[in-house]
Ligand binder design. Structure first.
Ligand SMILES: C[S@@+](CC[C@H](N)C(=O)[O-])C[C@H]1O[C@@H](n2cnc3c(N)ncnc32)[C@H](O)[C@@H]1O
Length: 304
């Protein structure tokens, strides 16, 4: 079957994520995703990092692209139970989903910042023991992780850790029984793959995150893959459906460009059909999540 044509030039990550329409719906999805992620990895800080910082009395941790701060809020709880005093800084290009400071633990500060720009706050340079990144793959174009990794290196103290968590790379469309139709889900996945490829949205780098960290200069690099639990498939499916519903905004309406093969109207129909398939027992998920960690060298020029 030939691939459906997809309009180019519509997805600009910073504009998409900074838009006011990334509002409570996006935040709801991120809350859901956070809990599903925790069910999968069962850690906030990867155990090697946890062990490394456990004996300290004080830590400073940054979360880049922190969304609504759900990860930081849980981390505050975990660290305070261990009597570790923490300063937790979240940075995001969109502040719309930040909870008000009055509702956050005193350790957490959330700041609007484009972490891919070169202008980082002076006080943040070399200030952090850990830099955390999660679910940033849709902002990485053409597998180019260098800007983000340079930011992480700049923010870390010598010997500080990076922890980068990402979705698995393959979208799995899994019917609960073989007679169920997956036609509409497959079609949507194909449209998005073609559209994503045309925009340089290739998530292949995720499987090689360890290599990317080493290339950027990190040491003690380690990557792990945690498989999703079947009992979470329904939640992951709903997470996907919310993304697919949002994607409608990228297509022109039939009235604007009748020659386009994918329009808002045809997408809405396809989406409704895909939802029916999931209601009958088709799961959408990515199989696993990956976590890559690494350490900034203690001395410039130090090799692993
Ligand atoms: C998929 S969400 C993940 C949110 C959060 N890390 C989590 O796991 O719940 C991606 C986040 O990155 C933010 N983002 C996108 N581009 C950014 C940039 N250039 N600088 C800072 N944040 C950015 C978005 O606003 C969004 O909150």
């Amino acid at each position: 079957m030939s691939n459906p044509p997809v309009r180019r030039g519509l997805y600009v990550p910073s504009a998409y994520w900074a838009a006011p329409s990334r509002n409570f719906r996006s935040s709801t999805r991120l809350h859901l995703q956070h809990y599903l992620w925790q069910n999968t990895t069962k850690f906030l800080l990867e155990p090697r990092i946890r062990t490394s910082i456990e004996q300290r009395k004080q830590v400073k941790i940054a979360d880049l692209g922190c969304g609504n701060g759900a990860w930081l809020a849980d981390l505050d709880n975990e660290l305070s139970q261990k009597y570790i005093s923490a300063q937790l800084n979240g940075y995001d290009i969109n502040e719309l989903n930040f909870p008000p400071p009055a509702f956050l633990p005193g350790s957490i500060t959330l700041t609007k910042l484009d972490v891919l720009s070169e202008r980082l706050p002076m006080e943040a340079i070399g200030a952090f023991d850990v830099v955390h990144i999660r679910a940033f793959s849709s902002i990485i174009i053409n597998n180019n992780t260098m800007n983000l990794l340079s930011t992480a290196l700049a923010l870390l103290k010598p010997g500080g850790w990076i922890q980068w968590e990402e979705w698995g790379t393959d979208l799995i469309i899994e019917p609960a029984s073989p007679q169920l139709s997956t036609v509409s889900c497959e079609k949507i996945a194909r449209v998005l793959k073609v559209g994503g490829d045309a925009q340089g949205l290739n998530v292949d780098f995720v499987r090689e995150l360890d290599r990317h960290l080493i290339k950027a200069g990190f040491q003690q690099v380690f990557i792990r893959e945690d498989m999703k639990r079947k009992q979470d498939y329904k939640g992951w499916t709903e997470d996907f459906l919310i993304i697919w519903e949002e994607v409608a905004s990228f297509f022109p309406s039939r009235g604007e460009t009748p020659q386009e093969s994918v329009t808002k109207e045809s997408w809405a129909q396809l989406f409704a059909d895909a939802v029916k398939e999931t209601e009958q027992g088709v799961a959408l998920h990515r199989g696993s999540v990956f976590t890559a960690i690494g350490r900034k060298p203690f001395h410039t020029g130090q090799r692993s």
